[in-house]
Design a protein around this ligand. Structure first.
Ligand code: PMP
Length: 437
């Protein structure tokens, strides 16, 4: 009898436990690099989050919601978004997009932009569908498409050499129009757009967006537009919403994040804005997975948007002040990197900056035939030996293309002055040790 039991146990345990759709998606760069940063870094410019507090008005809204008289804010709220939040988002984005939005059908609140993305892929992508992703890309797009049964099709931004002596800019990374057009076919269901782009900080121009929009209309393709860095654009550049271009409203889901918007990434409040014909299916995924996100956080974000609507475009607006402060931080980091020869690519938006590590290669020799891209080994070496954490650019490329641009690393500059100064000190010391015999 014991023998029989152990046999049947063995038989049970040999059966595969992992769902097939998870195949190839188990490795995650953030798990690895967040752990490395936690273990070794003195200065962490890796993962994208501010090390300064959110604005006081937002924290105060949260405290009021938490300890105020309306104790119902501690309970469930409407599944597709707390009514005050969807109402103000509809008003705010209605103004930006120049159309009347219905809070109940044109807006859905999610657990961060991350869950908004997940709902889009689950709701809109079928087995056999192709989804075009522009490289380099926020890494979760690829596994999310695959988990939905779709096939990612990659098209790269190509680096045009800048003029001699000039620093590179994220605007030097461009789509080749013919190459982009060649990726669209009758199998294409959607394209993912991320402007301003993580990791490069590229802000797509009107011309580039019109090119994408025309192809979407021509091939009847949907657009999943990740605009979480919408307020973080510099040097007077304009963030253009692809949903506002001709023919695009009906085929676009626009995604935003209170985490990025109000420097509170831990609150995990995000949203989608779009036509009901698309959002109704996102609601199906949402109601059958997380149902809704924390009521108090939604209430506080609603009040934050109320304030921003009243101050829209005025000097006191957080959406005016934050990019101003970040532009200065960007310029400090650009200077620090340029001074030591780690050539920065000046970002037009986001709080990320990609830099060329070629000059430092002698400190971290290449391993021929290694499976790991050079920049990844470099970033690991840097955090272990110099205490400075950054993310390799290859993390933002698909498997086959990880070696296309493998001598760049990404820094996050949404950091206190003291943090950026500490990074500068590390870079200066490293440079001195390199050049002195
Ligand atoms: N999209 C992009 C491009 C991002 O960089 C991030 C966060 N790093 C997200 C989505 C996820 O945002 P959230 O924190 O609101 O889930």
């Amino acid at each position: 009898r014991t023998h029989f039991l152990s046999l049947s146990l063995q038989a049970k345990m040999s059966r595969p436990v992992q769902a097939r759709r998870l195949e190839g998606t188990d490795k995650n760069i953030w798990v690895e690099f967040v752990k490395l940063a936690a273990t070794y870094s003195k200065v962490n410019l890796g993962q994208g989050f501010p090390d300064f507090p959110p604005p006081d008005f937002l924290k105060e809204s949260f405290v009021r919601a938490l300890s105020g008289e309306n104790y119902m804010l501690h309970q469930y709220t409407r599944a597709f978004g707390h009514p005050p939040l969807v109402k103000i988002l509809a008003q705010f984005f209605g103004k930006l997009l120049g159309r009347d939005l219905d809070p109940m059908t044109n807006v859905m609140v999610t657990v961060g932009a991350y869950q908004a993305l997940f709902c889009c892929f689950q709701a809109l992508v079928d087995k056999g569908d192709e989804v075009i992703i522009i490289e380099p890309f926020f890494d979760c797009y690829e596994p999310m498409v695959k988990m939905a049964g779709g096939t990612p099709v990659f098209v790269p931004l190509r680096l045009k050499a800048p003029k001699d002596g000039k620093l590179m800019s994220s605007a030097d990374w461009q789509l080749d129009p013919a190459e982009l057009a060649s990726k669209f076919s009758e199998r294409t269901k959607a394209i993912v757009l991320n402007s301003p782009n993580n990791p490069l900080g590229k802000v797509f121009s009107r011309e580039e967006l019109e090119l994408i929009a025309d192809l979407c209309v021509k091939h009847d393709v949907l657009c999943i537009s990740d605009e979480v860095y919408e307020w973080l654009v510099y040097d007077g550049k304009e963030h253009i919403r692809i949903a506002s271009l001709r023919g695009m409203w009906d085929r676009t889901v626009t995604i935003g994040s209170a985490g990025k918007t109000f420097s509170a990434t831990g609150w995990k409040v995000g949203w989608t804005v779009g036509p009901n014909r698309l959002l109704q299916h996102l609601r199906t995924v949402h109601q059958n997975s997380v149902y809704h996100c924390a009521t108090i956080a939604q209430e506080a974000v609603a009040q934050g948007f109320q304030r921003e609507l009243e101050l829209y475009g005025k000097p006191d607006s957080y959406f005016v002040q934050l990019p101003k402060e970040l532009q200065q931080k960007r310029d400090w980091l650009v200077q620090s990197l340029d001074a030591v020869g780690m050539k920065p690519i000046i970002p037009e938006g986001t709080y990320f900056l990609v830099a060329d590590i070629s000059k430092f290669k002698s400190d971290v020799p290449d391993v021929p035939d290694s499976d790991e891209p050079y920049d990844s080994r470099f970033a690991k070496w840097m955090v272990k030996n110099k205490g400075l954490a950054a993310i390799p650019l290859s993390a933002f490329y698909s498997g086959a293309h990880k070696n296309s641009y493998n001598h760049f690393i990404r820094f996050c500059f949404a950091k206190e002055e003291a943090t950026l100064k500490a990074a500068n000190d590390i870079l200066q010391k490293w440079e001195r040790e390199k050049t002195s015999p």
